[in-house]
Design a protein around this ligand. Structure first.
Ligand SMILES: Cc1ncc(COP(=O)(O)O)c(C=O)c1O
Length: 383
């Protein structure tokens, strides 16, 4: 009965494979942050998001274990129906203190948080204005909302301005650090434009939190912007904080509204309490151990210095893009790097635009200078 449908699915899979676009997950036997062990072989990892090395920090692991003994493995309910434990409350408070926001809500993932932010805060008469390189979770959030969607050229305020002028009820959506290019918008100028046209600004700071600004407060703080001037922002706990889950932050009214009307929040099991205990410890270390950020930034500077003759994208963050063009080429270079003991997956369309398949090199505080020298030496030979 389903034969036609299954054949149709298989054709789509075959087509992806023919275009060199099939993705196959690898199974990690061990993860130490810096080194991945796959099929008994160790590789230096240059494609994770554990920028500060907190995913394997013993104090974070201990907090996870203690949290499980104290609160149980799971929250056992949605947050508004007995799923909220004291540790969720402590995590929310810690985020408010750290980031200077009035209120936050926790979500199971950054994907869910972005969907909730865009769908809940926009209405039928609104237009969501998204950067051309927005993350899939923002695009899907906008597509599933009641609002209209328009895109503006990447980080281009001259492209955003006419859209704001032509649109009576706009909300502007951008990222602090773009996930595939590693660059940032001029947020202060974007905010000024938004204020001029009375358009709320929504910010995804998944890759800025922990990495940028004093105490790792993120992109807005790094650019001298008051958190209160941003209508609503989100970031996740699965990147620099090394754990998983996410939050949305903003004024009391904005967050109270999402609490009442955000379907991804209301109808979803609250985060596991031990995970919240681990994130609390991660935040404490992220704030107090600035050596992690210092090391990360010196690794970024070393990489950019050594690789100055390669056609890197313009980024000062932990995400360094090297565009290779075709998916075949990106796959071939990635494969050759593996043979040299470096794990660096090729990023291909539709994650990035057609013709811009690349290596998305990510740096971490855990890399040694020797690791970075080895990477650049290999890249120079292969690219
Ligand atoms: C910019 C950006 N936003 C949102 C997400 C989604 O976050 P999560 O992985 O926690 O679902 C990601 C992660 O892939 C991301 O890079």
């Amino acid at each position: 009965m389903f034969a036609d449908r299954v054949a149709q699915l298989q054709r789509a899979l075959d087509e992806r494979a023919a275009q060199q676009l099939l993705r196959t997950p690898v199974t990690l036997e061990q993860y130490s942050g810096r080194v991945l062990t796959i099929a008994g072989q160790g590789y230096i990892n240059f494609c994770g998001n554990d920028y500060l090395g907190l995913a394997t920090e013993p104090q974070v692991l201990q907090a996870f274990a203690d949290g499980a003994s104290r609160y149980g493995a799971g929250s056992s309910g949605s947050p508004l129906v007995t799923g909220q434990h004291a540790v969720h409350q402590q995590l929310c408070q810690s985020l408010c203190d750290w980031l200077n926001v009035e209120r936050v809500l926790l979500f199971s993932s950054g994907f869910a948080a972005n969907q909730a932010m865009l769908q809940t805060l926009s209405q039928k008469t609104d237009t969501l204005l998204l950067d051309k390189l927005s993350h899939a979770s923002l695009i899907d959030g906008a597509l599933h909302s009641d609002a209209a969607l328009k895109r503006f050229a990447h980080n281009d305020l001259d492209a955003l301005e006419p859209l704001l002028r032509q649109t009576s009820q706009a909300l502007v959506v951008t990222e602090g650090v773009f996930s595939m290019d590693g660059d940032s918008p001029d947020l202060a100028a974007m905010l000024a434009l938004c204020q001029q046209y009375q358009a709320p600004l929504l910010l995804d700071d998944a890759h800025g939190l922990g990495v940028l600004g004093p105490q790792g407060k993120g992109t807005a703080a790094a650019q001298g912007i008051k958190q209160a001037d941003i209508f609503c922002s989100m970031a996740n706990f699965g990147k620099a904080l090394g754990v998983g889950g996410a939050f949305i932050g903003g004024s009391k009214t904005v967050i109270n509204y999402i609490e009442q009307f955000g379907r991804h929040y209301i109808y979803s099991t609250a985060l596991p309490p031990p995970l919240c205990a681990a994130v609390l410890k991660s935040i404490e270390l992220c704030r107090s151990e600035s050596w992690r950020r210092d090391k990360l930034h010196s690794n970024i500077a070393l990489f950019r210095h050594l690789a100055a003759d390669l056609a890197l994208l313009n980024s000062q963050t932990a995400i360094q893009g090297l565009v290779l063009g075709s998916s075949e080429r990106a796959l071939a270079v990635s494969q050759q790097l593996k043979q040299a003991g470096i794990w660096l997956s090729a990023i291909r369309p539709p994650t990035v635009p057609q013709g811009s398949a690349r290596l998305r090199i990510t740096l971490s505080a855990q890399h040694s200078e020797q690791d970075i020298h080895q990477l650049v030496q290999q890249l120079r030979q292969l690219v």
